[in-house]
Design a protein around this ligand. Sequence first.
Ligand code: FE2
Length: 281
Amino acid sequence: MNPTGSAPSLGFGLGLRTAHYPEIFDGAPRIDWFEAISENYMVPGGRPLHSLMRVRERWPLALHGVSLSIGSTDPLDLAYLDRLKALADRVEPAWISDHLCWTGVAGRNVHDLLPMPYTEEALRHTAARVRQVSEILERPLVLENPSSYVEFKDSTMTEWDFLTRLAEESDCGLLLDVNNVYVSSFNHSFDPKEYVDGIPADRVVQYHLAGHTNKGTHIVDTHSDHAIPEVWDLYGRSCRRTGNVATLYEWDEDIPEFEVLHAEALKAGAFREQAVLAAAR
Ligand SMILES: [Fe+2]
């Protein structure tokens, strides 16, 4: 895959969840691809991996991780990367993604996707690590914009400028989560349209769509609901710039019936078609 514009557009996908295995294996769902959480399958054998390979026989897969901790100042976890590489060699994913974040420091893992300071120093540090990870995995890495609740006073650039420069300097692809853009824009009072307009369109390999929980004073990125109209509008706005890019609906809490989730993926297809047609007029 070349993250600078020729990644395969897989169409509309869903996060692979065991609760939906009956519909996936016994039915013939009209779904284009699945995204699997890498860490759930980084073992040499066993039932989870067997199920994953059954899915892979019928659909393209992307691997999506939560433990890379690309922004941490701890050394990269080479054992983790070896296991991820072994999984990728087996699954042959369309791409491997993780988040622009850090999950711990000094050997301690907090199992949370923590935001980074957006500084020149952090940019150099992260870009070097992305290049190293891509070399180890023998594939370009794709990084997702996080949702966040706090910011660093030391930041000297916006998150979208940081991602833009990171993509250029490390040759990585971007996974644009438009719900995360909306969540962070609410929590930090910036214009989400400016964010999606500022992302380099030819670096966007994948979209995430999801629902969140609005607490009034702040929004929590719960992935527990339907996406709100403002998030759909951001998706349409961004699609007009990026065109056909693989899109995935995430739903991780209070997971509904497969049909409910499936309908979101179909809705994304219709929504994008409209947005792209409108842009062509
Ligand atoms: Fe996401």
